[in-house]
Design a protein around this ligand. Structure first.
Ligand SMILES: [Zn+2]
Ligand SMILES: [Zn+2]
Length: 409
């Protein structure tokens, strides 16, 4: 028995063969993808990822040669470049999303899978797996690579840019992370952790609750602990609509200074020219870099606006108890949930430019307040999407998952 995480329908998932995929019968959400030797393969990918992470943090990333001056940068030097310009907020964002989150996530993935092979307390394994899942959306190596690509193309038009070993290692690291995520069968992992645990007495009474963290369905009073992973059992995310609205409104408010203040000031031959997000897109158009202009416009302008609007539509329709287009709205939520992190391209591009273009009056890039506000918008909208519980849309339309489950039984 499983509860669909997106529409809340309780349904029986049959025993699956490797390669098979289970989707929710009501909203089409992915419930489980079974892989052959999922845990062994995931372990191999995550260890490969850790090795590539070590290479990409210890080798040069990009070099820049301009008028006889040479600058080099590494992945680990990027947060420091922001910090030295007084923009510590972006230093934290870059440190967390390109170094800490990917490292800890890969480490926890490998740790849980190795822990399953040796004697490790199931409660430790459960805690590690819960943190792995929580960190996953904040590891942004693939977005960072795209930001690096944009920075590279902009710089290559002006100066000689050298590509370091770290960039190739990062490409490999991205593939390793994608493969780790694709192969990890959480269902199989939790079953393996659950087998370690003594089966507790059935709790009896209460209603059917699907655990947010491990997916086990128990009959228990809300607030009780999940017998498999020890996470608190909640019927729905707490205060979902209020939290989501608060974060969404904060993001919308920050979106205004994010567009008014310059993201960066480019100093060339002693003269500074501030540029905003839209100004950056305009510049790319002037250089006739059409595909790049389109990419940056999509990631920095279109995606944030569409995300703010979509979340508002989802929240309002839920509060008005709309019953139409539930499947489409659930699909919209799925897209909003996945697409938001790609807006960080501009922030990562900025981190490369700031670290690399530091040649005093000849050529320098100074980060501006607009970049801080913009990163705030992206993070707040991501949090707003996580706080929103799509199951509430189905509840509001009067379609409860429990009734359906009882009817099926
Ligand atoms: Zn569903
Ligand atoms: Zn659980």
């Amino acid at each position: 028995m499983r509860e669909c995480p997106e529409c809340g329908l309780f349904q029986a998932v049959p025993i699956m063969r490797p390669g098979q995929v289970a989707e929710c019968t009501r909203c089409g959400a992915l419930l489980r993808r079974r892989r052959r030797d999922a845990l062994g393969t995931t372990l191999a990918f995550s260890v490969t990822g850790l090795l590539l992470f070590a290479v990409s943090t210890t080798t040069p990333l990009l070099g820049l040669r301009l008028a006889g001056q040479q600058r080099n940068t590494t992945l680990t030097s990027l947060p420091g470049a922001f910090e030295s310009q007084g923009i510590w907020q972006l230093a934290i964002v870059v440190l967390a999303t390109t170094l800490l989150a990917p490292l800890v996530k890969l480490g926890l993935t490998a740790g849980v899978l190795i822990g399953l092979r040796i004697e490790t307390a199931p409660s430790t394994l459960a805690a590690m797996e819960r943190w792995r899942k929580r960190l996953t959306p904040w590891a942004m190596i693939e977005v960072f690579l795209l930001g690096t690509f944009v920075a590279y193309t902009r710089l290559a038009a002006l100066a000689e840019v050298q590509v370091g070993i770290a960039l190739y290692a990062l490409g490999g690291l991205m593939l390793a992370i994608v493969a780790t995520d694709a192969w990890l069968d959480e269902h199989a992992l939790w079953e393996a952790i659950g087998r370690r645990r003594r089966t507790p007495a059935p709790m009896g009474g209460g209603e059917l609750i699907g655990c947010d963290s491990c997916g086990r369905v128990s009959r228990a009073p809300p607030g009780a602990r999940c017998p498999r992973c020890n996470a608190p059992l909640r019927i729905r995310k707490p205060d979902s609509l209020a939290r989501s609205w608060a974060l969404l409104l904060a993001a919308a408010a920050l979106y205004i200074p994010a567009n008014l203040y310059p993201v960066m000031t480019v100093i060339r031959f002693g003269r500074g020219q501030p540029s905003t997000i839209l100004g950056g897109v305009q510049e790319l158009i002037e250089y006739r870099m059409w595909p790049l202009a389109l990419l940056v416009f999509g990631a920095s302008v279109l995606v944030p606006v569409l995300k703010l609007l979509s979340l508002a539509v989802l929240l309002i329709s839920t509060q008005r108890r709309a019953a139409g287009r539930l499947r489409d709205r659930t699909r919209l939520y799925r897209i909003v949930d996945v697409i938001g992190r790609w807006s960080m391209i501009d922030v990562f591009m900025l981190s490369i430019l700031v670290a690399l273009v530091r040649m005093g009056l000849l050529a320098s890039v100074i980060p501006g307040l607009g970049g801080v506000c913009f990163a705030g918008v992206v993070i707040l909208t991501m949090l707003a999407a996580f706080s929103f519980d799509p199951r509430l849309m189905w509840d509001a339309a009067g379609q409860t998952g429990c009734d359906a489950a009882e009817a099926e039984a």
